[in-house]
Write a protein of this length. Sequence first.
Length: 467
Amino acid sequence: MDSSIKHIFDQQQIFFNEHLRYQEIRFRKQKLKSIRKWILNNQKEIRKALYADLRKPEPEADFGDIKPVLWEIDHTLEKIDEWGKERRVENIAAMYGVKPSVIFEPLGVVLIISPWNFPFNLSIGPLVSAIAAGNCAVIKPSEYSEATTKIIIKMIESLFSEKEIKVVSGEADVAEALLKLPFNHIFFTGSTDVGKKVMKAAAENLSSVTLELGGCNPVIIDESADLKDAAKKILFGKFVNAGQSCLSVNTVFIDHKVKERFEKILLEHFYKYYPDFKSGKMKDLASIINQKHVERVCKIIDTAIASGALNLLDKIAPNENFVPPAILTNVSLNATILKTEIFGPVLPIVEYRRVSEVINFIRANHKPLALYIFSKEQDSVDYITQSLSSGTVCVNDTTLHFIHPYLPFGGVNYSGIGKAHGYSGFKAFSNERSMLKQRVGFTAAKLIYPPYNKKVKFLIRFIMKFL
């Protein structure tokens, strides 16, 4: 396996150096258009694959996996000419006559390691940026999303030579073999623990990395918030894809004055969203990816309840890869669940008396990927935003910022390194290269060349007075 992976990598290096690095942007646009056309012609197959892997409802397959890729392609096609052109920068007096600029060159051969939770989006989305920047790419999808991996392979093999784009499937040992190779950039989406291993492996070859990780994304609701609006948006942000999202709401922190009213509204709308909850067969809730994660999520619920939490929903036994949602109240700041990235359909609610308590708690833990704030008071929003660090902030909504094409997406420290999407994705897969063009013949710079005789020293001292 190692030798075949090395062969693919070597082929791509040759192809990049002999062909791809010289291609004009119009060829990159043609490739993106071909991906777009293939997706549009094969949406039913993609939906079926996502259902086979995660039992994703069709709307979630569309707005979670398929449409974001199409939007990313459309935005890139619209902006790529602007992103890719040479950009003149301001000159300084000391360098009179030179022409300074910045150009973007493709990095070369890049590796994209994608997860199982949004397997199509998080494989092809980064690929759009890699192609836009002019690179060859190897994609390693998760071994847990087999049906979607087959669709991705089918698409890539129908559109590209493996010398340019190649999908490599397999278990963790395949990823380990890939990480030994000197890729010019590694784009990884997954857990923080695996992200550390990726970064350690990348350091051996000094490969640059983009790490899209996760975190315990908090919601802070103050007493001014529109509780009905907040409840609807939080339910969506928590239970889409059964909570298996790096942007999923992890914990709700709510002012004690409005907690009971919020919980009542939350339950009312939960049953409106999922009227078949008590049947144990929720058609609009995705399944948990495998039995290992079913057991993990069930243990999180059981541990929280054993520590004093109360489940506001009826207890329903899990079956196959289905874990019934749980909304937990009476959760203390000391509860283990608050320091765990749940990655499942479990929503803990914690009341606070002073928002400073919440800020101190969040500061004491790793910086989240997303911070969600529900408030009508701008002063409150400003205070919370300035008091806490996070990869992203979303005010009076959840998860929506992921699909905004002009917003960089990514974490900070434990929740991620580097940014993706749009221009940020293009930059992630490019070398931002400084260029300075000097005129031929006499230049002011030549006045300070050696030998450093009295005349030259005088000129240097004189010139330095004006710099």
